[in-house]
Ligand binder design. Structure first.
Ligand SMILES: Cc1cc2nc3c(=O)[nH]c(=O)nc-3n(C[C@H](O)[C@H](O)[C@H](O)COP(=O)(O)OP(=O)(O)OC[C@H]3O[C@@H](n4cnc5c(N)ncnc54)[C@H](O)[C@@H]3O)c2cc1C
Length: 468
């Protein structure tokens, strides 16, 4: 096995390997900056992505460089930190090695040894056993996919302008968002504003305000993790923007130019649409399952591995797992499912760094405790809902809170400044600076996909946890 050479630090230093430069992993490395350890951060992307704003890339409000920040730049002044751009494929827990996906053509190492390992590889959207839906209904979690969504939304208006067929125009002008969690609500609000406001008067053959935006969720209300009163306010705000909110509707089929929904006791309804966007459930990175199997730890149906109260993998005190990948054991022997949100990953990342420092200095560390700071979701321009420790806000005030929190957590001073400038310009001009089509529209595939059992079961569980 070829180990990754490291000539930057003395060999005797304690080696901490962190997988994932997302919210959790970055906080671990920041907490170990200048500590007496040698840190290796491995990510398959060379940037930290601020996922809470990727939907704004998808709707042309922000550009990629405003919400992503190079990991190498983030740690350039921390001499004890090195960054490796590589995909982790597995672990040798007994040999204390992280295994890297093979890149033989450049003679890269195939493993990285560690004394302490922290795994924070996050999650991805789950299509509930219907991975073939992913190409038809892209999500907005990754930068690449958000760019695909942006091209599809904007292309749909372009195709509608071009076509002479009324039925095709209607398909192009119909946007379906699956999943009524915060992400679905945010995406639906943004597309409605794009159609009603930003694109108004941009076309000659169509009126962009005729676009239909449908937000579909299997549950009985939007934003199921918020209090019902805020869910109702969010639904009303969306409807005022022209979004058709379809709760109690389960998506049972996704085809290239249609989705099929089922409501209790009603006939299946087929909705022709050229653009379907997926914002339903999430599943943990496959590395969680890998670790669970290797350590004999529990893995739940969302792929999250159960870790001890100090976030260590059962039987492996030298391995910590955190963020979207885990459920945590509580002091009564039960298991806590924390929400799949950034504050959980951030606090766990900070905790992991503290535990590593404490161990090296022979100090004990109390168990991890999550401090819930509340829930936020924005609904288009100048509207949001916020539930902050029982304080329920909506409308303009909630939107200011949302703005402040997002700017606070955005990494990099330059990104904060750019986003403030961009949002201010957009607020006053009603414009969107990044309305660029960078991918060709998808070709309609004639094959009709039959709704399967897995899909029905999965869609029923849509928006079950986390942001969805
Ligand atoms: C569209 C969207 C909107 C959201 N909005 C909000 C919000 O408003 N507020 C909020 O609190 N939360 C929000 N969330 C949730 C939040 O982004 C996540 O909970 C958080 O990112 C989890 O942090 P993490 O460190 O566990 O994983 P991530 O931040 O996802 O980081 C995982 C990292 O691991 C890397 N990685 C994964 N697999 C490998 C591998 N095999 N090898 C190498 N590297 C790998 C990835 O490239 C990534 O950089 C949103 C999520 C989405 C998708």
């Amino acid at each position: 096995m070829d180990h990754a050479p490291d000539t930057s630090s003395p060999q005797s230093l304690h080696r901490v390997v962190v997988i994932g430069g997302g919210f959790g992993g970055v906080r671990v490395v920041q907490g170990l900056r200048n500590a007496n350890v040698q840190v290796t951060l491995i990510d398959r992307r060379n940037f930290h992505l601020f996922q809470p704003l990727t939907y704004q890339i998808a709707t042309g409000a922000l550009s990629p460089g405003q919400v992503a920040y190079p990991l190498r730049a983030l740690f350039k002044s921390a001499p004890n930190v090195r960054v490796l751009l590589a995909e982790v494929s597995g672990f040798d827990l007994a040999g204390r090695d992280v295994l890297l996906a093979d890149v033989p053509e450049i003679g890269a190492p195939t493993s990285v040894p560690y004394d302490t390992l922290v795994v924070a590889a996050g999650s991805s959207y789950s299509y509930f056993g219907h991975d073939d839906w992913a190409d038809i209904a892209p999500e907005v979690k990754s930068l690449e996919s958000a760019l695909t969504v942006r091209s599809r939304i904007l292309s749909a208006f372009e195709q509608a302008e071009l076509t002479v067929e009324e039925s095709i125009r209607q398909e192009e002008m119909t946007f379906v968002i699956v999943g009524g969690g915060p992400t679905g609500v945010e995406v639906a609000g943004q597309i409605a504003e794009l159609a009603r406001d930003t694109l108004r008067r941009n076309f000659r053959n169509i009126d962009s305000r005729d676009a239909r935006v449908l937000l579909i969720d299997a549950g009985d209300r939007l934003l199921s993790t918020f209090p019902p009163s805020l869910s109702a306010k969010a639904a009303r705000s969306l409807e005022r923007l022209g979004v058709e909110v379809m709760v109690n509707h389960m998506v049972v089929g996704v085809e290239p130019r249609a989705v099929t929904v089922a409501a209790n006791g009603a006939e299946h309804q087929r909705i022709p649409t050229a653009t379907t966007i997926w914002a339903a459930g999430v599943k943990a990175s496959g590395l969680a399952d890998e670790l669970g199997r290797a350590a004999g730890a529990e893995v739940d149906r969302d792929g999250r591995v159960t870790v001890e109260r100090d976030l260590t993998l059962p039987g492996h005190p030298e391995v910590m797992v955190l963020g979207d990948m885990v459920r945590v054991r509580d002091d009564r022997g039960g298991v806590v499912s924390l929400p799949g949100v950034a504050p959980v990953a951030i606090q766990q990342g900070q905790y992991a760094a503290r535990l590593i420092r404490d161990r090296l200095e022979n100090r004990s560390t109390p168990a991890f405790r999550y401090r819930d700071k509340g829930n936020l979701a924005t609904i288009g321009r100048a509207r949001a809902v916020a539930d902050i420790r029982g304080l329920r806000l909506s409308g303009f005030l909630a939107w200011w809170v949302w703005l402040g929190v997002h700017l606070w957590y955005l990494i990099g001073f330059q990104n904060r400044l750019l986003v403030i400038i961009q949002w201010s310009i957009s607020f006053f001009t009603h414009g969107r600076g990044a309305r660029l089509v960078t991918e060709p529209p998808p070709k309609a595939d004639e094959a009709i996909k039959t709704p399967g059992r897995a899909a029905r079961a999965g869609a029923a569980a849509s928006a079950s946890r986390g942001r969805g």
